[in-house]
Design a protein around this ligand. Structure first.
Ligand SMILES: Cc1cc2nc3c(=O)[nH]c(=O)nc-3n(C[C@H](O)[C@H](O)[C@H](O)COP(=O)(O)OP(=O)(O)OC[C@H]3O[C@@H](n4cnc5c(N)ncnc54)[C@H](O)[C@@H]3O)c2cc1C
Length: 387
């Protein structure tokens, strides 16, 4: 039987961040079990790489601010460039109610000491993104300090730094169950045999609910399929264009590696296979027509169908992370349910979970709002919701 002090289930950006932060704090024997044959098998390899602090709840703003601070010294800390480029995030509203919601979120942001985001008028929207059709636009909000990151580089940076500090990563190992007894996981049953440890971390992303059930716990995380359309190579939009989001329907776009990524969060079709990684033809047609209406200069830029992809968000019921010790299993810790913000919050969540495991509680930030018991208590997070 293999043994470790802490076993982390899932080697995506969050599992890697937890491993690094535990090892950096001196945890001796940290073992990461990842069922993919190589890093990036889950959602991290399918994320587009947006980073923002413009959120509508205090805890999400604070997670972003802590992550931002850590991203700015990431290379120094891990030796890997996280690709953090602060080119801005522009939310555009067509209706007054949408604009009010965006501005309300800024009250929450300012209360956290985050004052870099401001309201912008239609002329400023046109100046910040001249390609955006401002017909019918009421205004927006913009933060120049938001921008982009490289998800797989952040994962690689944390994993390699963790390995240098002694953590072990095993790929191609699936966690299938546990010996759970007397309120503890105790040891895991895996495709590579039994693994016992003093503590276990569920970092299984969109599969966190499934993994929790296999261990005898209940974690309310469900997979939600999200699709990305990719244009053929083009330089029609500048590389430094801010992420631009139409608040009304969630349509947004960014430039990455000489192509434009087009996203629109649709309601998945009834009966659709959440794990299908191809893009639906009907969805693609809708995205193309939204693009023509919102960004007319892209009308002759074709879609590269082979480059399009779908991946999974890891949704929690209130779209906030679930962080802390699991109810009912005292050696199981959760870092789940980031609901599509897991890459940008991975630096903060890894540090905070390491504090919870090693010190009994997080001290860099108050993580009470993320406690796993909030759903059973009937006290989920609420607040202005920015996608
Ligand atoms: C289209 C798209 C765009 C996105 N854009 C952004 C963005 O702009 N910014 C942002 O912050 N986030 C974004 N996200 C969300 C982001 O990808 C996730 O929040 C993040 O990757 C979660 O990291 P993770 O480590 O928890 O999950 P994952 O990367 O999925 O890692 C979990 C790992 O657990 C492994 N695993 C599962 N079950 C088992 C098992 N039984 N045994 C062993 N291993 C197991 C999986 O193989 C997987 O590698 C996007 C997601 C998608 C799909």
């Amino acid at each position: 039987m293999q043994t470790a002090d802490v076993v982390i289930i899932g080697g995506g950006v969050i599992g890697a961040s937890v491993a690094y932060h535990l090892a950096a704090r001196g945890a001796r024997d940290v073992l990461v079990l990842e069922r993919g044959a190589a890093p990036g098998a889950g959602s991290t390899g399918r994320a587009t790489g947006g980073f923002r602090a413009q959120f509508g709840t205090e805890v999400n703003v604070r997670l972003s601010l802590l992550s931002r601070e850590k991203l700015l010294r990431f290379e120094e800390e891990t030796g890997v460039d996280p690709g953090f480029r602060q080119v801005g995030y522009l939310f555009v509203a067509s209706r007054e109610e949408e604009l009010r919601e965006l501005v309300n979120a800024q009250t929450v942001q300012r209360a956290c000491g985050f004052a870099e985001a401001g309201e912008v008028c239609v002329e400023e929207v046109a100046r910040l993104n001249p390609a955006w059709n401002v017909e019918g636009v009421a205004g927006g909000v913009y933060c120049p300090a938001d921008g982009f990151i490289r998800p797989t580089e952040i994962m690689r940076g944390y994993a390699s730094a963790a390995e240098r500090l002694g953590a072990r990563f095993l790929y191609g190992v699936t966690v299938e169950g546990a010996r759970a007894a007397e309120g503890k996981v105790g040891s895991l049953l895996t495709s590579a045999g039994e693994v016992s440890a003093g503590a276990f971390v569920n970092a299984a992303g969109a599969w966190a609910g499934e993994v929790a059930r296999a261990l005898g716990a209940d974690v309310p995380v469900t997979p939600l399929r999200r699709q990305v359309a990719v244009t053929r190579p083009t330089d029609i939009l500048p590389d430094g264009m801010p992420m631009t989001i139409n608040v009304g329907d969630g349509f947004h776009l960014r430039v990455r590696d000489g192509r434009v990524l087009l996203l629109w969060p649709d309601e998945p079709r009834a009966g659709a296979d959440a794990f299908d990684t191809s893009v639906d033809e009907g969805w693609l047609q809708t995205v193309v027509s939204k693009t023509r209406a919102r960004v007319p200069c892209l009308k002759d830029v074709g879609i590269d169908r082979a480059a399009c992809w779908a991946g999974l968000y890891e949704m929690s019921p209130d779209r906030h992370a679930i962080l802390g010790r699991a109810e009912g299993l005292e050696d199981l810790y959760l870092v789940n349910g980031s609901s599509g913000h897991g890459v940008m919050h991975a630096p903060a969540l890894g540090q905070l979970l390491a504090e919870i495991i090693l010190d009994g509680a997080a001290h860099t930030l108050d993580t009470h709002a993320l406690r796993p018991t909030r759903f059973a208590e009937g006290r989920p997070n609420v607040g202005p919701d920015l996608l």
